[in-house]
Design a protein around this ligand. Structure first.
Ligand code: C2E
Ligand code: MG
Ligand code: MG
Length: 613
């Protein structure tokens, strides 16, 4: 900026004033304080009489060392009521306009004077500029502080809201969940039960209420301490939760009492598989304090709508059933048996017990010998399974085979009997001499086993493992199970026959087979059902059926076995009509494996030698 030479020393030049005004306004448009300082320095140096100017803003920029001491003097002490922007003389050639905020020093506009007289007329305007700078900076800093405070407030409010929401959730969770395991508590369980019942009403489905109580948990708690007790409960909770679907509920409602709600079941029987799995899951050892701890559980269950239609009565009944499970020796499942549904509950109970019975070795195989009519010698035996039940005694197959057939259990049961029987036949053969070394064993195969192709592999594996010759194994398949799906059964039995085993059709005469269908069926033997044998002497039509079966079998090159022979008269009649093999109480009832060798060594039917061909 050029100084107009003509200007009166005391009257400011209009051009300079105009520029100062522009400077004043321009400052407002500069966003950054450092850049304001820079701009002011450059702009001021053009004002007449100014050698140099420096806008010192505390905390923003630093005066050069020579200036620093002087500026400190100007700003050192904050006056109680600071006069703003009043010119102070700091040195002969140094003047400044200090700026104060309440209680603190903001900085100053320092001017090194080259010509005091030339500068004088502009000093009031410089004071204006200094106040403008002061105002702008204060206002901006205030705005910034305000924005900062607002932001801090917003953050504080958000944090608070988050904490409140978290705490509310926590309190809600606390009110509805168990603190140790994190499972639902009784209140939530009852709530879920209500929902499940409504849903089941709507869908026509069932809900199982399963009450599980750990056996002997209190001893563990006192023996290993509460921390281990808690860890055990948590592990139990995890194992139970893993077994059920998301839509089911696992709750802990007492110290060692859990309730599992199984929703949307289509049959009550479905739950028993799961209940056995729960027992097994609890029974797995839990590693605690360096030891493997094993506890069992007792389970009681009841079913909506069979045993009640409200949460509390259902819980009470499941609890009653659980106490019965304890009384039955623990580690078992009991269903609440209301009188109305005792049969259903009984069936479910048996199914769940049967699942355990196979690995527990409670299934035993008895054997009933078969007599070859022509030689009057025993040629083998039929394996017939029994269940040595821990409380109900020895159960006949009629009481549990149908249950096993309704579930997939029959597959495991069938495999178990097959293995036992083949092993046993091997042992008899090894213990015998002569023709007895060819003793055969017959094993019953259920319809459901036939539906699964695995049977072929199973038979192959069992023969391989036991070393029994295939010709010494006979598979008895009931006529009705073949007729169920003749095409599939025919194909499968061809495969089985391919292994070298004998196939016989059991209970023949009861299954309404089409004889022409049986023509292509790969069977080696027909077993006349005992109902015909029973009446063979007394009812002419029964005798006619027996005779027809024998002649039909002859035509197709099959052998014939007559089962259920109880009297010598029946045996004689069958022999007369050319029956190949007989089996029945007349010869022997089914006996344990250990007794069969003694039977085999007997000569057959006394007095039959005379009939022999
Ligand atoms: P089944 O295969 O027809 O077996 C013959 C049944 O008649 C046996 O009954 C046997 O004890 C009985 N019995 C034998 N001789 C006489 C007699 O002279 N008079 C009378 N009244 N009965 C006689 P059990 O052992 O109760 O078996 C019943 C059925 O259970 C068997 O009929 C068979 O279908 C089934 N079963 C037995 N064990 C098994 C098995 O391991 N697997 C399968 N899938 N079913 C089996
Ligand atoms: Mg049979
Ligand atoms: Mg039979």
């Amino acid at each position: 900026m050029d100084t107009p030479a003509s200007a009166d020393a005391d009257s400011p030049s209009a051009a300079v004033l105009g520029r100062l005004l522009v400077i004043q306004q321009a400052i407002d448009a500069i966003p950054d304080e450092l850049r304001i300082a820079d701009f002011v320095r450059r702009a001021m140096s053009a004002v007449p009489g100014i050698a140099d100017a420096f806008l010192y803003l505390k905390g923003v920029n630093q005066p050069e060392p020579a200036l620093a001491g002087l500026l400190e003097r100007c700003c050192g002490e904050v006056p109680r009521e600071p006069a703003q922007n009043l010119l102070r003389q700091l040195a002969p050639d140094l003047q400044c306009f200090p700026m104060y905020a309440p209680g603190q020093h903001l900085g100053c506009l320092a001017i090194r004077v080259a010509d005091a007289a030339a500068l004088r007329p502009y000093l009031p305007f410089l004071s204006n500029i200094s106040s403008a700078i002061h105002r702008i900076i204060e206002a901006r800093r205030y705005q910034a502080r305000l924005a900062e405070a607002n932001e801090a407030l917003r953050i504080a409010r958000d944090t608070l809201e988050m904490r409140v929401a978290e705490r509310t959730r926590e309190l809600e969770h606390r009110a509805t969940h168990d603190q140790i395991t994190g499972l639902a508590n009784r209140a939530l369980l009852v709530d879920r039960m209500q929902g499940a019942i409504l849903n089941a009403q709507h869908e026509g489905s069932l809900v199982a209420v399963v009450y599980l109580d750990l056996d002997g948990f209190s001893f563990m708690n006192t023996g290993l301490g509460n921390a281990c007790g808690d860890a055990f409960l948590c592990e139990t909770a995890r194992r139970l939760a893993r077994l059920v679907r998301d839509s089911d509920t696992v709750a802990r409602i007492g110290s060692d009492e859990f309730v599992v709600l199984l929703c949307g079941l289509d049959s009550a029987g479905r739950s028993s598989v799961l209940l056995s799995a729960m027992l097994a899951a609890v029974r797995e050892p839990v590693r605690l304090a360096g030891k493997d701890v094993v506890l069992t559980a007792s389970i009681g269950a009841c079913i909506y709508p069979l045993d009640g239609d409200e949460p509390e009565p259902l819980l009470r009944r499941a609890n009653t059933a659980m106490h019965r499970a304890k009384a039955q020796g623990k580690d078992n499942v009991q269903f609440y048996a209301s009188a109305r549904d005792a049969a259903v509950a009984e069936r479910m109970e048996l199914e769940s017990e049967l699942r355990r019975a196979i690995p527990a070795g409670e299934l035993v195989v008895h054997y009933q010998p078969k007599l070859d009519v022509a030689s009057n010698r025993f040629v083998g035996a039929e394996a017939l399974v029994r269940w040595q039940h821990p409380t109900r005694g020895l159960l006949p197959p009629g009481q549990f085979i149908p249950i096993a057939e309704d579930s997939a259990l029959i597959v495991a049961l069938g495999e178990h009997v097959l293995r036992q029987a083949c092993l046993q036949a091997r042992l008899w053969q090894e213990a015998s001499t002569g023709a007895a070394r060819e003793l055969t064993v017959a094993v019953n195969v259920a319809a459901r086993q036939l539906r699964e192709r695995r049977i072929v592999e199973t038979v192959r594996a069992v023969l391989r493992d036991t070393g029994l010759r295939p010709a010494c194994l006979e598979l008895e398949i009931t006529e009705s199970s073949i007729m169920h799906d003749l095409e599939h059964a025919t194909a499968l039995l061809h495969e089985l026959k391919g292994l070298g085993v004998t196939i016989s059709i059991d209970d023949f005469g009861t299954g309404y087979s089409s004889l022409s269908a049986l023509r292509n069926f790969p069977a080696d033997k027909l077993k006349i059902d005992r109902s015909f044998v029973h009446e063979i002497e007394t009812v002419p039509s029964a005798a006619a059926v027996a005779l027809a079966v024998i002649s039909f079998a002859r035509t197709l090159g099959m052998r014939v076995n007559a089962e259920g022979v109880e009297t010598l008269g029946q045996a004689d009649c069958l022999k007369k009509h050319d029956c190949d093999e007989i089996q029945g109480f007349l010869l022997a009832r089914p006996v344990p494996a250990g007794e069969i060798l003694a039977l085999f060594s007997q000569p057959g039917l006394p007095g039959w030698e005379g009939f022999s061909a």
